[in-house]
Design a protein around this ligand. Structure first.
Ligand code: HEM
Ligand code: HEM
Length: 177
């Protein structure tokens, strides 16, 4: 068993963290009233980035099965080891639910959503009520993942600055020196 994530796993972690947070930032304005042209353009940008996240997510899942996770260094109490496993598992589940519900929301939209400005991914212009129904799940999963990411970041800072085991630096280290 390895004692660190592979460079590709680390790159994927940080790339996805960055894109998810950026996409979340773009999506903040959907909650407010918007000019319709702006909303449709923002939906297309948001969905295109979301599909990029979906692609990276699939690659990351495959790599997790291929390379697994680093072995425990044996310094943490068992309950913390399990808590980290559960938290990481939940982050994967939520990333999956977020992109899947986003895709379903986009497919049920009543106006075209063109990915990369070219491919319309809506599914035959459904009823606005269906769009609103699906969208509330997407919004809910967004809220849950935000809460999980906050806990995750607090845990990373706890390791780095209270336990001082350099877990965060290890995740940021891409070469052996
Ligand atoms: C990267 C992960 C994603 C995050 C963090 C995210 C976040 C959000 C948020 C916060 C909203 C606004 C919810 C509301 O206020 O009602 C939203 C709406 C939406 N999202 Fe996502 N989303 C993601 C992925 C996706 C994907 C993969 C798609 C489609 C392929 C998508 C399509 C949509 C659509 C169509 C809306 C509704 C826009 C509107 O109300 O006009 N999202 N998303
Ligand atoms: C959308 C944001 C994020 C998500 C979804 C996320 C998800 C994950 C997941 C699932 C893992 C387990 C390793 C893997 O399979 O890749 C992980 C590890 C890690 N993450 Fe994040 N992460 C996010 C943002 C952050 C941020 C902002 C930080 C730093 C402040 C951070 C620090 C770490 C560290 C240090 C590890 C290694 C933990 C260990 O080895 O036990 N993550 N992250």
């Amino acid at each position: 068993m390895r004692n660190d994530y592979t460079v590709v796993q680390k790159l994927l972690h940080w790339a996805m963290a960055g894109i998810i947070m950026l996409d979340l930032f773009i999506a903040q304005k959907f909650g407010n009233s918007m000019d319709i042209a702006d909303r449709l353009e923002s939906r297309a940008d948001h969905s295109t980035m979301g599909l990029l996240v979906l692609t990276l997510f699939v690659i990351r899942l495959v790599l997790r099965f291929v390379y697994g996770v680093p072995k425990e260094d044996g310094t943490s109490p068992l309950w913390q080891v399990w808590l980290a496993k559960v938290a990481h598992g939940l982050l994967y589940v939520l990333m999956g639910l977020l992109v899947a519900s986003g895709l379903l929301t986009a497919m049920s939209a009543t106006s075209p959503i063109e990915i990369f400005g070219v491919i319309d991914i809506t599914f035959g212009r459904m009823d606005g009520a269906i769009f609103d129904f699906v969208r509330q799940f997407h919004e809910f999963f967004t809220e849950v993942i935000i809460a999980l990411v906050i806990i995750h970041v607090v845990a990373a800072l706890y390791h780095q600055f209270i336990r001082r085991d350099n877990l965060l630096l290890k995740m940021l280290k891409f070469r052996r020196f």
